[in-house]
Design a protein around this ligand. Structure first.
Ligand SMILES: O=C(O)CCC(=O)C(=O)O
Length: 319
């Protein structure tokens, strides 16, 4: 099916918008082929793309009413800073079951505030970012997708990244295995590109939406230059400090410094794809659960060579 274009919150007319794809079940059978089709339409230039699967695609036949997962290492996200630039400190907290996490996320202290529309909620996010730290059940190894789900199974995408696993028996948690993310209102992911500048795929299984910002690969260097200036002490300590996933910069600052960006909100039942060297950041609107992993296509190989060299040279001690 033909793609549509979703969002263009930019300060620059030349930026490629985020494209939205609606594949048929048949088209979802070969993941790498479909991703290459998306790129033939220019989707990678937007930095992010959305995929809305057809209703007959069912990743979990049992549904989501009886999720029995232990979130062993939830993190309390303490955010400091002001006026659009922030550092997020992740403090490990004690293990919690999903049942209890759900109660916490819906409790008076943590639940989503009343809002009129997504723009209103976005304003509330940026206004309250440093208050009432959210708890994020992030990077939980596991999958909620049925193992016999044949199309777009995040745990088994069969891209060239799997060759590492197949040939060398290497499993890198969250990189070529699936991770779950149990979110609540205001839980956030800081500006980053993927490890080794890989692609990522993120499926929102259930719950409240997830809002994303993204700076397309063409403007990644511009964002890095700005971040290095705004966070000069972090830059002095580590020239690749964005890889520590602690830096939050508001869209207002991006506009002020003319960094082109896109934004989009992912609803439950939708996939997001991030492309190599696409910076992205975002936040959850309330209780939800996403599943994510990295993958590669042949176009990634040149990004991979560059990312590995840069990381090994300048940020070795941080991994
Ligand atoms: O959902 C999250 O917190 C992580 C999102 C992300 O960065 C990704 O899926 O690539």
């Amino acid at each position: 099916m033909k793609p549509t274009e979703a969002s263009n919150i930019t300060n620059n007319n030349t930026i490629t918008k985020i494209m939205v794809f609606r594949p048929t079940l048949e088209e979802m059978k070969d993941f790498s082929k479909y991703l290459e089709y998306m790129e033939s339409k220019g989707a990678h230039h937007g930095g992010l793309a959305k995929i809305i699967p057809p209703p007959e695609w069912i990743p979990r036949k049992a549904g989501y009413d009886n999720i029995n997962v232990q979130i062993k290492c939830p993190i309390k996200q303490v955010v400091s800073g002001s006026q659009g630039f922030y550092q997020q400190f992740n403090i490990s907290s004690r293990s919690i079951s999903f049942r209890d996490f759900k109660k916490l996320a819906n409790s008076a202290d943590y639940r989503t505030p009343d809002f009129f529309d997504y723009d209103d909620l976005e304003r509330k996010y940026w206004k309250n970012i440093t208050y009432n730290s959210a708890i994020y059940g992030a990077d939980v190894p596991g999958s909620l997708t049925d193992s016999d789900c044949k199309e777009f199974n995040i745990n088994n995408l069969n891209t060239i990244l799997d060759l590492i696993n197949d040939s060398y028996g290497i499993k890198i948690m969250g990189v070529n295995t699936a991770y779950l993310y149990f979110g609540m209102w205001k839980s956030s992911f800081a500006w980053h590109t993927e490890d080794m500048d890989l692609y990522s795929i993120n499926y929102l299984h259930f719950g409240a939406p997830k809002s994303w910002y993204c700076v397309p690969p063409e403007y990644g260097k511009k964002l890095e230059k700005l971040a290095n200036e705004l966070f000069s002490s972090q830059y002095q300590e580590c020239p690749a400090f964005l890889r520590h996933k602690m830096t939050i910069i508001s869209p207002q600052i991006l506009r002020k410094y003319s960094i082109p960006y896109n934004k989009i909100t992912q609803e439950k039942g939708e996939f997001m794809i991030t492309f190599p060297y696409s910076y992205h950041a975002g936040y959850n609107h309330g209780l939800n659960c996403a599943e994510s992993t990295n993958f590669a296509l042949p176009r990634w190989i040149e990004f991979g060579k560059r990312a590995t060299i840069v990381s090994v040279i300048i940020c070795n001690s941080q991994y």
